[in-house]
Design a protein around this ligand. Sequence first.
Ligand SMILES: Nc1ncnc2c1ncn2[C@@H]1O[C@H](COP(=O)(O)OP(=O)(O)OP(=O)(O)O)[C@@H](O)[C@H]1O
Length: 314
Amino acid sequence: MLEIQNLYKYYGTFAALNGLNLTIKKGELFGFVGPNGAGKTTTMRIICGLLKADSGQVYIDGVDAFKQQRQLKEKIGYMPDFFGVYDNLKVYEYMDFYASAYGLTGDCVKRTCLELLDRVNLGDKASAYVDHLSRGMKQRLCLARTLIHDPSLLILDEPASGLDPQARFEMQEILKGLLDLDKTLVVSSHILPELSRMCTSVGVIQAGKMVLCGGMEEIMSLMASANPLVISLTDKVDQAVEYLKQQPLVATLSYKDHTVRVDFKGDSEDEVRLLSQMVQIGLPVSSFSREEGSLEALFLQITSQTGGGIFYAN
Ligand SMILES: Nc1ncnc2c1ncn2[C@@H]1O[C@H](COP(=O)(O)OP(=O)(O)OP(=O)(O)O)[C@@H](O)[C@H]1O
């Protein structure tokens, strides 16, 4: 569905995109992750034809994004990471405005606008003023207007940013629901665990290059093994520390009060083995788990495995 080849974008002499390659299959909900400044927005704006690349190619369903702008616009819906101010505009009028901007006419306009408002849980807000909506509602409205011309590929720049947990969850559920309409979605975020709840695949961009790409489960399991094991004990912490230091899969460790944090190189089977051995030798373990995933830990692991090159999980 989306094929990006060797994409470069310079701002002055600074390479924001540095030979980016990426393939996304039809029907994927693809999480595009990377730290601030990695090049996500730049990539998305180039895909949508809003920014010119210096070199490289982008194809969407075989359409050359740089040469076939009209066909590109039909295929793509873009939701930017900001929402403008719309004084005195009601929700339905806002949708109607975008419908006419895309050349929709006739009876289908009203039906389409109302169906889309229902899809983003704003069916009862058609007569409300846009500026009176909550942030979560505004972002859902922005998503609805992104869908107005029935695009097959949606490019969504941080659609859940700034939302509280409940509003984020609602947005995630709506995005997952779009897969039933045969859409392909590219969703950017700098929070990988947030994407894990909805994405089918994920790619990590760092300094304008893809450094990791694969199915969501593979990436999450890679990430889990990159995070420290946190082991709490009710007693015998010194003894536990001495025992752990002797284990070949323990790279480094630190401890405070009754908790030991271990940089552990093993997989989940190794973890089970370690826990049962600790219990067997009489160490009173009260909790044993991997810390919540962080992108930073994953980046460190990728860099140490690949010397910073491209690493594909599948
Ligand atoms: N118009 C511009 N002029 C100069 N530099 C720019 C411009 N736009 C972006 N950059 C730089 O290019 C790099 C990539 O920016 P981009 O916005 O694509 O990153 P991002 O991954 O989307 O970051 P964020 O998560 O913060 O939105 C950053 O170092 C940024 O400062």
